[in-house]
Design a binder for this molecule. Sequence first.
Ligand code: FBP
Length: 266
Amino acid sequence: SIAGKHLRLKRILPTGRGVVFAFDHGVEHGPGDFPREYLDPRVIIGKVVEAGVDAVMMLPGAAFITRDLWAGRASLIVKVTSKTNLRPEDGRLLQSVFGHVEDAVALGAEAVAATVYWGSQYEDAMLRQWFEVKRQAERYGYPCLQLSYPRGPAIKNMYDVEVVKYGVRAAIESGADLIKTYYTGSLESFREVVEAAAGIPVLMSGGAVRERFIDFLRDVENVVKAGGRGVVVGRNVFRHRNPAGAMKAVMKVVHEDASPEEAVKY
Ligand code: FBP
């Protein structure tokens, strides 16, 4: 149902904007990505939920393990595609089915997420997956978040504004209800990305850890000033020495239009 989809989207973007904590790195990058104290997802999910994050995005297994922490406190987005970095390099340009929309429904999630590597030699296979996820999601009135990631042998710079715009455009044309994509490095260029999405909400993908956390907050500030609806962040929060404080700062920039300088005064 269309009404159900909109209600669920609102629970992810409560002010029209939203902050999502991503924690699928144990598969995407391997457990070596985590500080040792966060190997058990319950520890970090507890902290970000306590900090007031709007939603958490996980694969079905971690979503189940952490159920007592997010349930009733933060929205859940179940990611249903993934890949390991154990694969040979070429295979890393294809994600595999990692769950079904039924898993999201059973867990009480608000949305499902799936990656599309636009430009990959496996783009066709990823689109089949994407449209299968969409078909299932539409049945339940579940919004589909697309991780719109341009990457592949033909793409020289995946952060290039023309390339990111292309991926975002392809995301809306393929029926994404919410898009997560790369930050293009400036407010002006990200405004073009938002325009290419024609009203479908765009969230910035956190990316690798910035040397200075305040620089990450500046990127987030530019994203929202450009009309972006917020951020999906993993590493810049879970590798921070104070993840709850870092998450609160991100929330202030996204929801309260706080400047990065104000936001870090927690
Ligand atoms: P980050 O904020 O850590 O970048 O998390 C966002 C995310 O998309 C994760 O959902 C995913 O596991 C990872 O980044 C993908 O990383 P990569 O760009 O190395 O494929």
